[in-house]
Design a protein around this ligand. Structure first.
Ligand code: DX5
Ligand code: ZN
Length: 223
């Protein structure tokens, strides 16, 4: 079974072909993907609106059938209202934004109680030190390397150093994920800086031959 601390490229289905979503997810699973990243947006916390628990539920048999993990990134206000729904739909990891949670510690406990691993995400403008009082209450930290809301944006350069600082700051068992602008050009240095989960949307789904695009990234990450 895939472990959260393994080094993995996590294809983000935000950049997949929504008219052929099941096909695209199956393609990356067949190529070896063991973490599938889902971007949930509400039009409030971020400007964009995407998908909800129904889509996670529909894809769940494919993802779990391949022994992969479902990584659900909630870019929404009041994420506590949806934790149980996403857990029931099949989310293995539920990531909430620090900036969206007045009671972050409580939401992380709620996620674990619902049976999922608990993740906290930080926007580019939110310092790592803000995790100080929850680093023992979470299983994963996600560093946003773009401002959340859209795929296909450029990696914010200072994020590499932020990843290194986060790794130093976090207990060894906490997984470290990076999201936004991950490509074949920066994936290796991100792993060297301590990231182990690398979300990749447009660099996987943004062109022909999704399978070899995924495999090239996975190879660069694990080589
Ligand atoms: C952005 C999302 C990302 C997005 C990444 O708000 O959280 O997961 O899909 O897309 P790329 O890899 O294209 O930057
Ligand atoms: Zn994401």
């Amino acid at each position: 079974m895939t472990q959260l601390r393994d080094i993995n490229i996590a294809p983000s289905i935000l950049s997949a072909d929504f008219a052929n979503l099941g096909r695209d997810v199956q393609t990356v699973l067949d190529a070896g993907a063991r973490v599938i990243h889902v971007d949930v947006m509400d039009g409030h916390f971020v400007p964009n609106i995407t998908i909800g628990p129904l889509v996670v539920k529909a894809l769940e048999p494919l993802v779990h059938g391949a022994g992969a993990l479902f990584d659900v990134h909630l870019m929404i206000e009041h994420p506590e209202r949806y934790v149980e729904d996403f857990a029931a739909a099949g989310a293995d990891v539920i990531v909430v934004h620090q900036e969206a949670c007045v009671h972050l510690h409580r939401v992380l406990a709620q996620i674990r109680e619902a049976g999922a691993a608990a993740g906290v995400s930080l926007n580019p403008g939110t310092p790592v030190a803000t995790l100080g009082d929850v680093r023992d209450s979470c299983d994963l930290v996600l560093i946003m390397s773009v401002n959340p809301g859209f795929g296909g944006q450029s990696f914010i350069p200072g994020s590499l150093e932020k990843v290194a600082r986060a790794r130093e700051f976090l207990p060894e068992h906490v997984a470290l994920e990076v999201d936004g602008g991950v490509t074949e050009l920066n994936v290796r240095e991100l792993v060297d800086a301590g990231a182990n989960l690398l979300v990749a949307g447009s660099s996987v789904f943004g062109g022909p031959d999704v399978e070899s695009r995924f495999q090239a990234l996975q190879q660069a990450a694990t080589a």
